[in-house]
Ligand binder design. Sequence first.
Ligand SMILES: Nc1ncnc2c1ncn2[C@@H]1O[C@H](COP(=O)(O)OP(=O)(O)O)[C@@H](O)[C@H]1O
Ligand SMILES: [Mg+2]
Length: 239
Amino acid sequence: MIKVSDLTKEFSQGQERTQVLKGIDLNIEEGEFVAIMGPSGSGKSTLLQLLGGLDVPTSGNIQINNECINKMKEKERTIFRRKKLGFVFQNYQLLPTLTVEENIAFPLHADGKLTNENSKMVQELICSVGLKGLNQKRANLLSGGQQQRVAIARALVNNPTVLLADEPTGNLDRAKAEEILSLFLKFHRENKQTIVMVTHDIFAAGFADRIILFRDGVIDQVISRKDSDYAKYLANFMA
Ligand SMILES: Nc1ncnc2c1ncn2[C@@H]1O[C@H](COP(=O)(O)OP(=O)(O)O)[C@@H](O)[C@H]1O
Ligand SMILES: [Mg+2]
């Protein structure tokens, strides 16, 4: 589903060049829920931006569904992103004066295809993220947890191949974070939604099938729920 090979990313400011990703190899299966974990500045968001086609690598390859997104022209990549990917960010990034319903339907408008069928799907999504009755409420009047629910519904409205989330619980307290992570789990289990979630929080990472631990631009460790020492690993981290 996602195949990343020998991926590097360098940023230059003036004369100075920093290599942020130093050769990443990574395969993610269809239907997998993966957490990218690691300390601040280790390159997690940079990797997610590249996976999402929001930026281009310095070298290496990224295949999503057998399409090589780093070889696409910008316009082609934008279309791919709109059709195939869903994004959730730490700060929700909703349109504040639009309603819940309008925010969720927004990606459909961008494609000019708001049909009856789509409207029905928007209503279903509102229910499945637990916002029933709030259709007409303006986004800026919602709590943080509710805003993130809207953002998740918006990310899923195009039925994306992959849901990409960058610190989706970073602005939420533990209880609200757990609710949001449970929603991710629900879509992962019930719809086999492929999810790649960046987090620096082991509690959040513990919801995934596999944790990819980043350190300083390289993959330091990979641990899977199937591994016999998975629980011990998590416990050690939390201690
Ligand atoms: N657009 C950019 N220009 C220059 N440096 C950047 C840019 N984006 C990220 N960086 C640098 O890359 C490093 C990794 O950043 P990031 O991927 O955001 O880390 P993380 O998400 O793991 O905290 C940081 O040192 C950051 O300053
Ligand atoms: Mg980050």
